[in-house]
Ligand binder design. Structure first.
Ligand SMILES: [Zn+2]
Ligand SMILES: [Zn+2]
Length: 586
């Protein structure tokens, strides 16, 4: 008897309702505890008065939807606002410019005019001047159907002309396939031979829709030479990301304001073409956008013409494309993607209909997962998984949201190669950094030694130069504030190909080609071929210099063991330790 083509919803009846005439012409006898498939048009009124509760087809709990209003744009250009109902089981929607009079409840509509939406001059019911609230945006519908006004952060005009690729509606169809379909979208439109990147980028795109769930964001750095698909990747991702903007030219003030006001996801494809000032500002955006609660302050001209500091909340996903490396502290915050020339063709034009359909489904995912237990559980599982793999620190922060997204769609196995690649990359980076510090230490020690030895005749001062590994370790630890032994220094020496010799008091670097090798290593690691000038200002005195005297720091008569090189003062052990601690902290 369900041969009619009426939409149905499965509900649990919560009170004795009695007979209900269905819009399909059938009679329904509803008693408390019944589970029935009711025509959707009948359920609405019953839901509003709390007489029934929707349940899933399999009888389990339906996912509850939540989240702030979101603008969607119809095919005919009509802007609507959609948001989940208060009980989270429905989606409410209203055209932009739909106002409800708070005196009489009459609805009055005003058109979008020049990108603005104004309140009506007077109520079409009671003819008074309101006050009005905007439907969906300013009202919080309660379970009983009465509207309680709520302060909205944004004027309706903010949504009159959304300048990002919007959804056209909200669609819960194919939720289970969303990961694969987004992945397929990226695969269709952008080429890489590193297959694991497709999964990482899928997680990134989906994660932009779930930003309110995060405290730390994975930012994306797309690096590659001219015409290797950087811009193509960013525009591919932008079409399936939340409120994506891809500005080509902009001012810093506009950038901060737009991110703050509209919560946009920022895609910048020509980082390398920015002038120095703008690049500094973009770097500030990348730094300030990653962690929730880290506002950026800028001085702005107010409407009255005065300059005043303004706080911007720019917590958002950022993806930048560039031909050359940004500063290290920017790179280390990002997930790095290297682009190469494509070895297969991609469509010249994007399938915009397909992209829009994906956004409709992603909007559903957003409402379903925002602030949800489903998300919390996936995040806990993902955190444990990352911990079990021994991933910690910033890498874990960067990966947690991406792995959580994968977990929600049962794609943990799919994203594993991506996680492994990120681990390897982080290890390589750390190795590079330690190698460079080691080279710097050896170079400085060599120059120190050359400066303090007197060479007779035309002998080569480099000949016979021996640098104790323990000295290298001391210098390395001074620079890093770490506590590394000569053993690790020996490993680095080995992989850099420097020869050693064993002296009575330990291993030394002793290499006939030390000068040539060191110069080449400096070149490879972007280090200058000169002393860095770094010297720990606190130095231990030679044994014969030690003795009981007045300490230059605390002024007491004590046994002095150290010297402050810059101030020339001799210090007691205690003062030396304290000063060293201050230096290490800096
Ligand atoms: Zn009225
Ligand atoms: Zn002292």
């Amino acid at each position: 008897m369900t041969g009619d083509d009426v939409d149905r919803r499965r509900v649990q009846v919560l009170e004795d309702i009695g007979q209900v005439l269905g819009v399909n012409g059938r009679d329904y006898e509803l008693q408390e505890g019944d589970v029935v498939d009711l025509p959707a048009d009948n359920t609405e009124a019953l839901l509003e008065r709390g007489a029934v509760e929707p349940i899933a087809e399999d009888g389990g709990d339906l996912p509850t939807l939540s989240g702030p209003p979101e603008p969607v744009v119809d095919d005919d250009g009509t802007v609507k606002l959609v948001r989940p109902s208060a009980d989270g089981h429905d989606i409410r929607s209203a055209e932009l410019g739909t106002w409800v009079c708070r005196r009489c409840g009459t609805t009055t509509e005003t058109p979008v005019h020049n990108g603005e939406v104004q309140e009506p001059h007077e109520c079409s019911g009671c003819e008074r001047q309101g006050p009005f609230i905007h439907r969906i945006l300013d009202e919080e519908p309660s379970r009983k159907g009465a509207a309680a006004p709520q302060q909205s952060d944004l004027a309706p005009s903010a949504f009159a002309d959304p300048s990002w690729p919007t959804p056209s509606t909200i669609s819960d169809e194919g939720y289970a396939d969303l990961w694969e379909d987004v992945c397929d979208w990226i695969h269709t439109n952008w080429v890489t031979d590193e297959e694991h990147l497709y999964d990482g980028l899928t997680a990134f795109a989906i994660s932009t829709w779930l930003r309110p769930n995060f405290n730390f964001l994975p930012q994306l750095l797309v690096m590659g030479k001219h015409e290797t698909g950087k811009t193509r990747l960013l525009t591919t991702l932008a079409r399936v990301s939340y409120r994506a903007r891809t500005p080509v030219s902009f001012t810093p003030a506009a950038l901060f304001r737009t991110v703050d006001k509209y919560d946009i996801t920022l895609f910048l494809s020509e980082y390398h073409d920015l002038n120095d000032d703008l690049r500094d500002e973009v770097n500030a955006v990348i730094k300030g956008s990653q962690k929730r609660g880290e506002d950026v302050m800028r001085v702005q001209k107010s409407a009255g013409g005065e300059f005043a500091p303004v706080d911007f909340d720019i917590f958002t996903h950022v993806a930048i494309g560039t031909q050359f490396d940004p500063p290290d502290d920017i790179v280390s915050r990002c997930i790095q993607i290297q682009t190469k020339p494509a070895d297969r063709d991609v469509p010249v034009w994007f399938d915009e209909e397909r992209a829009e359909e994906l956004r409709d489904r992603l909007l559903y995912a957003r409402f379903r997962l925002l602030d949800s237990e489903e998300w919390d559980r996936a995040e806990q599982r993902s955190l444990k998984w990352l911990n079990d793999r021994g991933i910690s620190g910033r890498l874990r922060e960067k990966l947690l949201t991406l792995v959580t997204v994968a977990d929600l769609w049962d794609q943990r196995d799919a994203i594993k190669p991506f996680v492994e690649a990120m681990e390897t990359e982080a290890e390589e980076d750390a190795k590079d950094t330690d190698d460079a510090l080691f080279i710097r230490a050896v170079r400085d020690l060599a120059f120190d030694e050359l400066g303090s030895t007197t060479v007779l005749g035309d002998a080569d001062p480099w000949e016979g130069l021996a640098i104790p590994l323990s000295d290298v370790a001391d210098r390395f630890n001074d620079m890093t504030g770490r506590d590394i032994g000569p053993g690790y220094m020996g490993q680095i020496r080995g992989r850099l190909g420097l020869e050693k010799a064993r002296h009575s008091d330990g291993v030394v670097i002793r290499d006939e080609e030390l000068r040539e090798k060191l110069e080449a290593l400096c070149e490879q690691n972007n280090l200058d071929w000169e002393h860095s000038g770094y010297q720990n200002p606190i130095q231990r005195l030679e044994d014969h210099e030690k003795g009981k005297r007045r300490c230059g720091e605390c002024g007491r008569d004590r046994f002095l063991t150290h010297r402050h090189v810059e101030e020339g003062a001799h210090l007691c052990e205690e003062c030396a330790d304290e000063l060293q601690e201050v230096i290490d902290r800096e």
